[in-house]
Design a protein around this ligand. Structure first.
Ligand SMILES: [Zn+2]
Length: 182
């Protein structure tokens, strides 16, 4: 974790992620979702077996910003795996309190895909946050549900396919949750 990591964490309610706080902890203590854990485990195994680096773009939104980040994972000769993350693009958005870590919450849980930041609605669709909020009747004056990070079927299938194709995995073509047109 470099200075840019700490700066980003502090600017996004992530004081607990600033070193030395999380240095030395297992990666798995930071990933609660079972599907995401399995996927990272498969990715790390593949990298350590020497199939080459993996690159993918994913969303890392905040209440007032949509962000597309790129992550690259690569094994070192020592058998470690390095994670490099960089900002690809961002968009300003109207403040979405559902994504505000400080907003008051009820006990209800709402799933959000931790890769594309879409939310499932009852019609078996996953929508951008702004579209899902009216569909689910989550009005600003109600206590908001807590967010539980999961993985939507589309992101899961996309990542799984990339595991089977090292060329695609290293191509940088994989995007989970492109920024919507403005
Ligand atoms: Zn997704």
């Amino acid at each position: 974790m470099n200075d840019a990591w700490s700066h980003f964490a502090r600017a996004n309610d992530g004081e607990h992620l600033v070193p030395p706080g999380i240095l030395g902890q297992s990666l798995w203590t930071s990933i609660a979702d079972q599907t995401t854990r399995q996927l990272y485990a498969a990715l790390l195994k593949r990298l350590r077996n020497g199939t080459g680096p993996a690159r993918f773009r994913f969303r890392c939104d905040g209440p007032t910003q949509r962000r597309l980040l790129e992550m690259q994972l690569a094994a070192t000769v020592a058998g470690e795996v390095e994670f490099h993350t960089r900002l690809v693009a961002s968009q300003a958005r109207e403040d979405v309190s559902l994504l505000d870590a400080e907003a008051p919450r009820s006990d209800a849980l709402l799933t959000i895909c931790g890769w594309c930041m879409r939310i499932p609605i009852p019609a078996d669709q996953w929508l951008e946050v702004e579209s899902a909020i009216p569909e689910l009747g989550l009005f600003e004056e109600s206590p908001l549900p807590m967010l539980s990070h999961g993985m939507c079927p589309r992101c899961y299938d996309t990542m799984l396919a990339s595991l089977d194709d090292p060329n695609r995995a290293r191509s940088g073509e994989i995007t989970l949750g492109a920024l919507p047109p403005v």
